[in-house]
Ligand binder design. Structure first.
Ligand SMILES: [Zn+2]
Length: 236
């Protein structure tokens, strides 16, 4: 029975297409990529957190450095003025007093500068460590994206070729058979026919009742019956 052979060939072609589509959707590279992207997102969040912690400390360091610089410069000016001064004892005393105050302020600002620097060091180490950890992940992500794109392209080409073959097979069938097959396929998905394996329809995997199984076993030559569950053509 030629139409039964053609239906079997069409069934196999449709199942093959389905397998390639599933392969395309479940590439191991995609799974690795998704895990990796999750890790990179976590690292990015950690980086943002470390940078916001470092930011005010860095700001305090720069500001203390500027303050210390300003006071030190004023102290040098006063020292020069004192050395060259021919002013009164009162003027000299006032300058001397200011110099002491300015030196004290410069000392306090330098302490603050040093404290900020010490606080900043571990924060910047954390930032550098996060960037270092992310580096190989970013490189791997690029590789994975490239290979996913290449694999998908080649699977898409394969699917296109398989669909052309299955359409040829479908058109080899007489119109009424083709229509029955396509209607069942649209309803059930994947394929419009199935085989019976150990008393079950191998399309929907549901066991035939003893009565239906008996009917299936005694089909007239060249006849098929619909699976009572999924409606696929059960091929002898
Ligand atoms: Zn079925």
């Amino acid at each position: 029975m030629a139409h039964l052979d053609d239906l079997r060939a069409l069934l196999d072609a449709d199942r093959w297409i389905e397998r390639v589509i599933a392969q395309r959707e479940h590439l191991p590279e995609l799974e690795e990529l998704s895990t990796l992207e999750g890790e990179l997102r976590a690292l990015l969040a950690a980086l943002h957190e470390a940078e916001s912690a470092a930011e005010p400390v860095r700001h305090a360091y720069v500001s203390a450095q500027a303050t210390a610089g300003k006071h030190l410069e004023r102290a040098r000016d006063l020292e020069r003025a004192l050395a060259a001064s021919t002013g009164s004892a009162r003027e000299l005393g006032a300058m001397q007093h200011e110099l002491e105050q300015v030196r004290a302020r410069a000392g306090a600002a330098e302490d603050e500068e040093l404290d900020s620097l010490l606080a900043l060091e571990p924060l910047e180490q954390t930032i550098a460590a996060i960037k270092q950890r992310a580096q190989p992940g970013v490189a791997r992500r690029g590789e994975l994206q490239t290979s996913v794109a290449q694999l998908r392209q080649s699977l898409d080409e394969e699917i296109t070729a398989l669909r052309a073959t299955r359409d040829e097979l479908a058109h080899r069938l007489a119109a009424p058979w083709r229509q029955r097959y396509e209607t069942a396929r649209e309803r059930a998905g994947t394929s419009g026919a199935a085989r019976v394996d150990a008393g079950r329809c191998d399309g929907c995997r549901i066991a035939l009742s003893p009565l239906d199984l008996d009917r299936f076993k005694h089909l007239a030559e060249g006849e098929v019956m619909d699976c009572p569950e999924c409606g696929r053509l059960l091929l002898p």
